[in-house]
Ligand binder design. Structure first.
Ligand code: GTP
Ligand code: MG
Length: 447
């Protein structure tokens, strides 16, 4: 049967994409989704020995072949029949061996069999279209799949699992009640008590301010950078390794060991950050050292946080580092190293945090300080918001306040409808295609 309108968005296509990241792993998942009855015929061309009566949700070991019938892999295949699937359509997952070559071959074979490579976020967009999740939940999924730290993942899961949507829903139903009362006052001006709307307005504003107190997160949020700097031999590389939990940088008793900037992603108190070890700063004795010192200074200048390491084993804590001393606006924590060598003879220098990588003393406090310096915000029990959500909530707040100040019910009702539109933009009921395009462009492939 021909279509009445051309399917420009490709909604009728069977789409395919890897659902797992590139690189080698034990398993990789290739996922298909298509309208009812379309997915299995495509998949059968890849997996010709699938039985006719394939049951939904039954794991099947099957051979996967290319267009010429050559064996690509033996894999587990799962069929989820719409609407009981992640997208609401007929979904097939092929769990193959986690080799990038196998995954590529399976995708190529799928395309030869009639599937189309999915666009960014296309699976989630189909799920949205089929009412499997709302827009906030879709955004939460995107945030979750780009989360590099536990804390960030924790905030995303609140969004992805519908926590924010439920709270927005609560506000929405309170606004709807208020609107109903306001409209009743329009129709039957004499019957409605005046006091009720005030209490309801208070309730709505209270719910809004609770939500607005939530932490703002950004999609594609850059992870913060932390540079460790100081004089040669101060113990920078030792601290770098200790914070990383791995012996990544070379440590020796010889000053000038580190010549280059070494960057690694670390997790501190659940937050991901990029940690840099740098060359000790002193008048350079060679071209390589000079370049290393310059790179260290650049790293310190561009970092969100600088850990300035002072050698506690040198008399009196040693001279001040000559390098990136001047305050260039980045936050810094002064760390006095090697506490095990001096800690029972004298206190730490003023304003410095004493640590020892040998005894582990002070490392916990340092992690807390780093976390505090980078966030400055308490994270317990908060609801994460995207800037887009915050703007819509502020718009709702304004509209509800304006409604409360009106003496004419017609005008109040118009304000409240504006509030409902703003709330609907958050969960997607009143979101435009343009907004959806913008949001889904930020998704990863295969989501
Ligand atoms: N006892 C003790 N020794 C430490 C501690 N931290 C570092 N050291 C020693 O101090 C020396 C220098 O350590 P590194 O970590 O290489 O110092 P660095 O600042 O990276 O030095 P450069 O790369 O040369 O600038 C090594 O011999 C370490 O074993 C500590 O907490 N306690
Ligand atoms: Mg070093």
């Amino acid at each position: 049967m021909g279509r009445l309108v051309p399917d420009a968005a490709g909604l009728g296509d069977v789409i395919v994409a890897p659902a797992t990241p590139p690189g080698t792993s034990a398993l990789a998942v290739v996922r298909f989704s298509g309208p009812h009855g379309t997915t299995l015929p495509v998949v059968r061309r890849l997996a010709p020995d699938l039985p006719d009566g394939l049951l939904p949700r039954e794991a099947r070991l099957t051979e996967v072949v290319d267009a010429r019938g050559a064996l690509l892999d033996r894999a587990i295949l799962l069929f989820f029949e719409g609407p009981r699937s992640s997208t609401g359509e007929d979904v097939v997952e092929i769990h193959c061996h986690g080799s990038p070559a196998v995954v590529r071959a399976v995708i190529d074979a799928a395309v030869a069999a009639g599937a189309r490579p999915a666009r960014k976020g296309e699976f989630t967009r189909r799920a949205l279209g089929n009412g499997k999740l709302d827009l906030v939940e879709a955004e939460g999924v995107a945030l979750l799949c780009s989360s590099e730290s536990r804390a960030r993942a924790g905030r995303a899961i609140g969004m992805a699992s519908g926590l924010l949507s439920r709270q927005v829903g609560e506000i929405r139903s309170a606004v709807l009640d208020l609107l109903a009362e306001t409209e009743a006052a329009l129709d039957f001006p004499d019957d409605v008590p005046i006091a009720a709307p005030e209490r309801r307005t208070e309730e709505i504003l209270g719910l809004l301010s609770r939500l607005l107190a939530g932490r703002l997160v950004q999609t594609g949020e850059r992870i913060p950078t932390v540079a460790i700097v100081g004089r040669p031999n101060a113990g920078k590389s030792s601290l770098f390794n200790a914070l990383l939990g791995a012996d990544r940088a070379i440590v020796t008793a010889e000053p000038g060991t580190t010549r280059d900037v070494i960057g690694e992603t670390a997790e501190i108190r659940g937050e991901a950050l990029r940690l840099y070890d740098t060359a000790g700063i002193r008048p350079a004795r060679s071209e390589a050292e000079r370049l290393g010192v310059e790179a260290a200074e650049r790293a310190a200048e561009s970092a969100d946080l600088v850990l300035e390491v002072i050698d506690g084993a040198v008399d009196g804590g040693g001279p001040e580092p000559e390098g990136p001393r001047a305050d260039r606006g980045s936050r810094r924590i002064v760390v006095e190293s090697k506490r095990d060598l001096w800690g029972d003879r004298r206190p730490a220098r003023e304003g410095a945090l004493a640590v020892s990588v040998v005894s582990g003393d002070g490392l916990g406090d340092l992690r807390d300080e780093i976390e505090r310096a980078l966030s400055g915000v308490e994270t317990e029990g908060e609801v994460a918001l995207l800037e887009r959500h915050r703007r819509a909530l502020l718009e709702t707040d304004l509209a509800v306040r304006e409604a409360a100040g009106r003496s004419e019910p017609e005008l109040a009702a118009a304000d409240l409808r504006r509030a409902l539109t703003a709330l609907g933009e958050i969960t997607g009921e009143t979101a435009t295609e343009e907004l959806l395009d913008r949001i889904f462009a930020g998704f990863c492939l295969g989501k």
